[in-house]
Write a protein that binds this ligand. Structure first.
Ligand SMILES: *Cc1c(COP(=O)(O)O)cnc(C)c1O
Length: 223
């Protein structure tokens, strides 16, 4: 199957409210252009430098999503163009994003990454820490970031029951926090679900899925 066929196949099965982020990390520009030519405009990358390089070379109507773990000292390399940062997991990081966004006179949309997985390897804030941050005055004073929703990653396992439980944890957290509206906080996006589990994620309330290998094929990290 071609990239275009894969994309069309996935899109034809998605409910209207679900946004598809095409995860193009490690893939060459030619692959991304194939998706672009098939109509895809939202791409997700997990390395800031790689995303910046691709941004330079590709059409400017693309929305670039940073889906990986973000190091504070690298925010400056994407502040000019990134359209959504999924993995924000600390107040310190928000402050840095705010600072860099200000330099470009932009407001950068972010998602709070919530730790939903049982396994320790995954990043994220607890629901309680997220809530405390969102209601703090210091947070409300950050004028150049907006919290548009939450992101979560389930444990890497074949156990659907566990994955479902973790996805539901994110949906519950979303429902608990979405009432906390302020000038820079309006939770609308629930980013969860990847190639292996996006159908389950949508059943559990996801409205943004991050799909890589089902579109572009398996990744080869060695080249
Ligand atoms: C790589 C990655 C994805 C996509 O994974 P696939 O299994 O290839 O669909 C989604 N989310 C994050 C955070 C990733 O790093």
């Amino acid at each position: 199957m071609s990239i275009k066929q894969n994309l069309n196949d996935i899109k034809s099965q998605l409910p209207n409210q679900v946004t598809l982020v095409a995860v193009s990390k490690t893939k060459p520009i030619s692959d991304l252009m194939e998706a672009y030519d098939a109509g895809q405009r939202i791409f997700g990358e997990n390395k800031i430098q790689e995303m910046a390089d691709k941004y330079e070379e590709m059409p400017k109507d693309i929305e670039w999503h940073m889906i990986g773990h973000v190091q504070r000292n690298k925010v400056k390399y994407m502040a000019e163009f990134v359209s959504l940062i999924h993995g924000v997991d600390s107040f310190k990081l928000f402050k840095e994003i705010n600072k860099q966004a200000l330099k470009y006179d932009r407001i950068i949309n972010c998602l709070i990454q919530i730790k939903i997985a049982e396994e320790d390897s995954k990043f994220g804030m607890s629901a309680k820490d997220a809530q405390e941050m969102l209601i703090s005055e210091e947070f409300k004073n950050l004028k150049n970031v907006t919290i548009a929703g939450l992101m979560g990653m389930a444990t890497f396992t074949d156990d659907d029951t566990q994955v479902k439980q973790e996805f539901k944890r994110l949906k519950t957290t979303f429902d608990d926090l979405k009432w906390l509206k302020s000038e820079n906080c309006n939770l609308e996006i629930i980013s969860m679900g990847m190639s292996g589990d996006y159908k389950l994620a949508i059943e559990c309330g996801s409205n943004m899925i991050r799909v890589g290998s089902s579109i572009f094929g398996v990744r080869n990290y060695t080249n």
